[in-house]
Design a protein around this ligand. Structure first.
Ligand SMILES: *Cc1c(COP(=O)(O)O)cnc(C)c1O
Length: 362
């Protein structure tokens, strides 16, 4: 057998989480967001398992091409659109839709007549990252209408900046601005819109519209700062496994690992586990971060190394080399590990490195 360190991806849990999104937004179509290698879970495997998604959203043209190469036929939206005219041929060939968020993209389309490209017209309602300011929407909309390279009808898009904080009034303000701006165009029939991310889907019905865009919730992680996945009936998709590769007795006063930041308060068994920041385990995880050894939580001690971490085994004196370890996933939420490492579950999931083999379970 090779190194026991591996990420097991539970595809049934992924499909269950898609159903949770559907139940939460029953009148909306679902654009499953699977950028960044499906949040670190494997792009094509995840897309194939999400055959019931109505569409997919990715960040880059390369991700979209990878999906088509994997035989994915659903509509695919490029969430950042495009930046260069050379990209248009591939967009057209594979029928990718784009988020159109900048005047330069419109200029490129105007200068390159051809097969019309599907666009999500993005309004910046407060995130202040991508999108047109509301006061420019009318003018730009008229140009989009007049542009033969833009498929009609045009759909509208915005992104929420604070939906992860439930009841945040800034979300209401963004949604009001979104709908006021669109209403002012007086379109009939009313256009297709899309605003909700996972937090909007689970926490803000007012953000649901023709389409919703779940990302992190599909992977079984709560999008909220103040709740865990289980409260939303989400199931973890990735479980990161490893094993004990050493159990050593160290005397009182022994300092563990680089920098000796943890000093043994008494003679105690210390376990060494084959996982480190070279695998994507966060280097900033503090002493006290829980790790499951034989299903029991024990605290991380000392600094995380590239290939190893150490744990306090005083509560598990019977633990032995080869015993199974879970770093996050089933039985230990990635949100909890993220909190101990001053980051978010998103980053930990995306950050699993190519050294770690993936195993897919149906
Ligand atoms: C990443 C992303 C999403 C999904 O966000 P989650 O918080 O993971 O649900 C939705 N929309 C856009 C534009 C995104 O970039």
């Amino acid at each position: 057998m090779t190194r026991a360190t591996r990420a097991v991806i539970n595809l049934a849990a992924l499909q269950h989480n898609l159903e949770v999104a559907r139940r939460a937004a029953p009148y909306s179509l679902v654009m499953a967001i699977i950028k960044a290698n499906a949040y670190g879970h494997g792009l094509s495997q995840v897309a194939r398992a999400l055959s019931k998604a109505d569409a997919f959203g990715v960040a880059t043209l390369d991700e979209a091409l990878q999906l088509r190469a994997a035989g994915i036929h659903q509509p695919i939206t490029l969430l950042e659109g495009f930046t260069r005219a050379e990209q248009l041929a591939k967009l057209r060939l594979h029928q990718f839709d784009v988020v159109l968020h900048h005047e330069q993209q419109l200029e490129i389309l105007e200068a390159h007549p051809g097969v019309p490209v599907g666009v999500w017209f993005k309004i910046d309602t407060g995130m202040h990252r991508l999108g047109f300011a509301p006061q420019r929407v009318n003018t730009i909309y008229q140009r989009l209408l007049a542009c033969g390279a833009v498929k009609k009808p045009i759909a509208f898009f915005t992104h929420l900046a604070n939906a992860d904080v439930r009841e945040d009034t800034r979300t209401t303000v963004q949604l009001q601005l979104f709908h006021q701006t669109i209403d002012a165009l007086q379109l009939s029939p009313a256009p297709v819109t899309c605003a909700a991310n996972s937090a909007g889907i689970l926490g803000c019905k007012a953000s649901h519209s023709a389409w919703v865009r779940p990302g992190i919730m599909l992977f079984g992680v709560s999008p909220f700062v103040d709740s865990r996945a289980a409260e939303h009936e989400l199931q973890p998709v990735m479980t990161l496994h490893s094993e004990l590769i050493a159990v050593n007795q160290h005397p009182k006063g022994a300092a563990i690992g680089y920098g000796g930041t943890y000093v043994c308060p008494e003679t105690m068994p210390v376990g060494v586990i084959a996982i480190g920041y070279g695998d994507g385990y966060p280097r900033h995880a503090k002493s006290g971060t829980p790790v499951l050894v034989n299903g029991q939580p024990v605290p991380l001690i000392g600094r995380v190394s590239m290939d190893m971490i150490s744990v306090d085994l005083r509560s598990l004196p019977q633990a032995r080399i080869g015993d199974p370890v879970i770093l996050w996933g089933e039985g230990l939420s990635v949100e909890e590990i993220a909190q101990h490492a001053d980051t978010i579950g998103y980053q930990l999931l995306c950050g699993v490195t190519t050294r770690v083999p993936y195993e897919y379970q149906n």
